[in-house]
Design a binder for this molecule. Structure first.
Ligand SMILES: [Zn+2]
Length: 444
């Protein structure tokens, strides 16, 4: 009983510390919204986060995986190490209500609110009266590049040895930041029933491909017979991709959605360099690999028909996610205490992907959603409507969960970490990811 009382007291001290700073925390989220930066370019956003931690007397590591920021709250007592995360990056969505006029970067996935909810946890836990009741450590990780976009830019970072993986959390895993993490969490915004927090669910995994058709330029009007039309090759390749769809099993929830990023140089010259980016997503790794083979075959068909060459570069994407049930139970209870049990909803499988999937393969992980938005995710009209839920309540629910895990000598945290049988070790994870990589040019 004493333990229960102690926890309740810690949570209420934690909560009132946050109430006093709610305006400030929401303001930071809005500031990030108004200054969107896409992955591995989050210079200003990273600095904003680092400055906040410094002002609040935290030690800060900056430039983690290029633009990430990590700050650790150490109780000085032995115990579990929890990662509370937020993503720094925006998308690129021209025409979004809050798009940057030069770069078209836009927070069309609500990541700005994640940083707000992560800082909310930090603001509440830093209160001495709370920290004194806890053991272990909490690392706040502001991670770069969750959105897997601008593949050519990231390939150039890879070539310059600035990064190895296209996802920021993957880089943090590689750099050792998860070596002693026992439990991880992050709250994403969502568009389910307004005012609810979502728990559970799962995500597809994916790999990314860049495809380059190499043809031969010639006068498009005068002598097309002397050229090799790379755009026609790409069209045939895309048609062949679409012809695979009836072979996808519904239970694998496969998604393949190529875009043309370069369609030719000038209208009077036969296109000689045409580029495509695509994902291959599915609910499980065997289905991703099986679909990947079909897609490569399809792209090769376009080259074969026209006599073009095709270079297919495949990069590791994200692993499917599997969120931890015992951890979800603790979170569910805390979320219910804040917004009512009826407003905590069960998430379904999502065909979207996240590098939280990678994290979930190595440590017990949850990624609840704060259903606080309107509009289409990744669309021009996706905006956070309810900052109190997306930033403050989302942060409180995570922080109260951290308190449950680290109070009472960290028993609950230890129990969850101890019962978790990781699908793979970090080393196995890294070799698994590297094995996805290939770069092949087909001449016929
Ligand atoms: Zn997102």
């Amino acid at each position: 009983m004493a333990v229960m009382v102690e926890r309740t007291k810690l949570k209420s001290t934690f909560s009132s510390a946050i109430n006093q700073r709610a305006d400030e925390l929401e303001r930071i989220a809005r500031d990030i919204l108004n200054h969107p930066e896409s992955g591995y370019r989050e210079i200003r956003t990273g600095k904003l986060v680092a400055d906040w931690f410094r002002e609040n007397s935290f030690e800060v590591q900056t430039g983690v995986a290029k633009t990430g920021v990590v700050s650790t709250l150490d109780t000085g007592k032995l115990g579990p190490h929890i990662a509370v995360m937020g993503e720094l990056d925006s998308l690129i969505v021209p025409g979004h209500y809050h798009a940057d006029s030069e770069t078209n970067a836009a927070h069309a996935c609500g990541h700005h609110a994640q940083i707000g909810s992560m800082l909310t946890v930090a603001a509440g836990l830093t209160k001495a009266a709370v920290t004194e009741g806890l053991v272990g450590k909490v690392s706040f990780m502001a991670t770069p590049a969750e959105e897997y976009i601008e593949l050519e830019y990231r390939e150039s970072l890879l070539e310059n040895d600035e990064i190895e993986f296209f996802g920021g959390k993957q880089e943090l895993i590689k750099l050792g930041f998860f070596d002693d993490i026992d439990i991880a969490m992050l709250t994403h915004t969502g568009g389910e029933t307004a005012g609810t927090l979502g728990v559970g669910g799962s995500n597809n995994g994916m790999i990314g491909k860049t495809v380059q058709y190499i043809g031969k330029a010639a006068h498009a009007g005068g002598s097309p017979h002397l050229g090799v039309n790379a755009l026609n090759a790409a069209h045939l390749g895309l048609a062949a991709v679409h012809a695979q769809r009836e072979t996808f099993k519904d239970t694998d929830t496969v998604r393949v959605h190529p875009i043309i990023t370069k369609g030719g140089a000038a209208v009077n010259s036969v296109p000689a360099d045409v580029r495509i980016e695509t994902y291959v997503r599915a609910s499980n790794v065997p289905a991703i690999l099986n679909t990947s083979e079909k897609i490569d075959r399809a792209f090769r068909a376009g080259a074969l028909a026209t006599g073009a060459e095709v270079r297919i570069t495949t990069n590791p994407g994200y692993l499917p996610s599997k969120y931890n049930e015992p951890l979800t139970e603790i979170y569910r209870h805390n979320a219910g205490s804040l917004i009512g049990d009826d407003n905590v909803i069960e998430l379904q499988h999502s065909t979207g992907c996240t590098d939280m999937g990678d994290v979930s393969q190595i440590v017990p992980t949850i990624q609840p959603t704060a259903n606080a938005t309107s509009g289409n995710g990744h669309g021009v009209d996706y905006v956070v409507e309810n900052y109190d839920l997306a930033v403050i309540k989302a942060g409180k629910a995570m922080g109260m969960t951290v308190i449950d895990l680290l109070a009472d000598g960290g028993k609950k945290g230890q129990r969850i970490a101890g019962a978790f049988s990781a699908p793979m070790t970090i080393n196995e994870y890294l070799s698994r990811m590297r094995a996805f990589r290939s770069d092949v040019t087909y001449s016929e």
